[in-house]
Ligand binder design. Structure first.
Ligand code: AMP
Ligand code: MG
Length: 349
């Protein structure tokens, strides 16, 4: 298949072609404010099958359905509680996905066999226009090969999906850089299944007490903890090289990373380091990548996946990373980084 790559903001005439592709059951990748999505018609189970095939994604891992209007909630969910309406009014369009009981019209192929559906209204003009022009609800997981870091620009999507999908709408680099917060609204109190840009505190300001799925907080691979978002159980976001996180007092971390780097280099390994704007000159590794600045926390979330992907091109054997658990989005960033590292953490004292 020939994948058409279109700079959509300069060529808006391609929205109608993209819409036709979606209505005909084909796949179009598009930007959202979080990461790039791989879209197909959410109510067409064959389109869902194609999404799983293109990504190499396990079919028990359900897809998020993207909408452009609030009323669409009633078309997809069999029950829409007050909490859902309040959260949607406050955070939509935006990086919040809500889990609700699904209507029969949503195929099992889209929800991985679950009786619930994940719904989100993205805050990106290209995504919203694509949903409106196509006239379909768009099921879209992140537009990467399953297991690889999520794509934060169209080039990342090309790397993974060129030749496997009909079209990629290039809308430039994304704003947030990590996936949406997922909140399950099917129980007594809302439960966060995946942390993201919308934090627990932000949710609690709108709906009162919110819980966090214990699997989100784990710092160890724990087969006893079954995450309620099926996708969260898979190794994810991983670069090809082994990745190890070092945490502790900043100067001690730098020292230890340099020691470990030296040891690995003596064994003939090529070593990469994930650093910040402030620490980048403190390291002796072969490749040093700046993820962002701790003073502007949002740059760290935005830089995470790109940094991990770049290391694949550098062909490093081993990567050491500073830890990023502080601040408002620390939990969301660390949740991804820990998975990418297969939970390998060295605590430096
Ligand atoms: P992705 O869009 O690739 O970032 O993945 C979507 C995430 O949403 C995965 O972790 C899924 O497991 C999760 N998800 C989608 N639908 C549901 C659902 N009905 N219940 C729980 N988690 C869901
Ligand atoms: Mg994903």
């Amino acid at each position: 298949m020939n994948t058409k790559l279109v700079k959509i903001e300069e060529n808006p005439q391609f929205f109608s072609e993209a819409g036709e592709i979606l209505r005909a059951g084909g796949l179009v990748a598009f930007p959202t404010e979080t990461v790039y999505g791989l879209g197909g018609n959410a109510l067409d189970s064959l389109a869902a099958k194609k999404i799983y095939a293109a990504k190499g994604r396990p079919s028990d891992n359900p897809l998020i359905v993207h909408v452009a209007e609030m009323e669409s909630l009633y078309e997809l969910a069999s029950e829409v509680p007050q909490t859902a309406l309040r959260l949607a009014r406050r955070f939509w369009p935006g990086p919040l996905t809500m889990i609700l009981p699904k209507k029969a019209s949503v195929p099992d192929g889209t929800t991985g066999g679950l009786k619930t559906v994940a719904v989100r209204m993205p805050n990106h003009p290209v995504a919203l226009q694509l949903i409106r022009t196509s006239g379909v609800y768009i099921a879209a997981p992140s537009a990467n090969t399953s297991g690889r870091p999520s794509p934060t620009c169209a080039e990342h999507v090309m790397e993974d999906l060129n030749g496997k999908i009909e079209m990629i709408l290039d809308g430039g680099a994304v704003e947030i850089g990590i996936e949406s917060t997922i909140v399950d609204l099917t129980g007594e109190i809302p439960v966060i299944l995946r942390p993201g840009y919308i934090t627990k505190q932000m949710l609690e300001e709108v709906v009162g007490e919110v819980a966090v799925d214990p699997a989100v907080l784990t710092r160890h691979p724990d087969p006893g903890l079954r995450p309620k978002a099926p996708g969260m159980k898979y190794k994810h976001y991983a670069p090809k090289a082994e990745l190890i996180i070092l945490e502790g007092e900043p100067q001690a971390v730098i020292q230890r990373i340099n020691q470990e780097t030296k040891k690995a280099q003596e064994k003939g390994k090529k070593v990469g380091v994930i650093a910040t704007t402030k620490t980048k000159d403190s390291y002796d590794a072969d490749v040093i990548r700046v993820i962002g600045s701790r003073d502007e926390e949002e740059t760290i979330a935005r830089g995470l996946y790109g940094s991990l992907r770049e290391f694949d091109k550098d062909q490093v054997d081993l990567i050491f990373s500073e830890s990023f658990s502080d601040g408002i989005w620390g939990q969301a960033v660390m949740n991804r980084l820990l998975k990418a590292a297969g939970y390998q953490v060295i605590t430096v004292s």
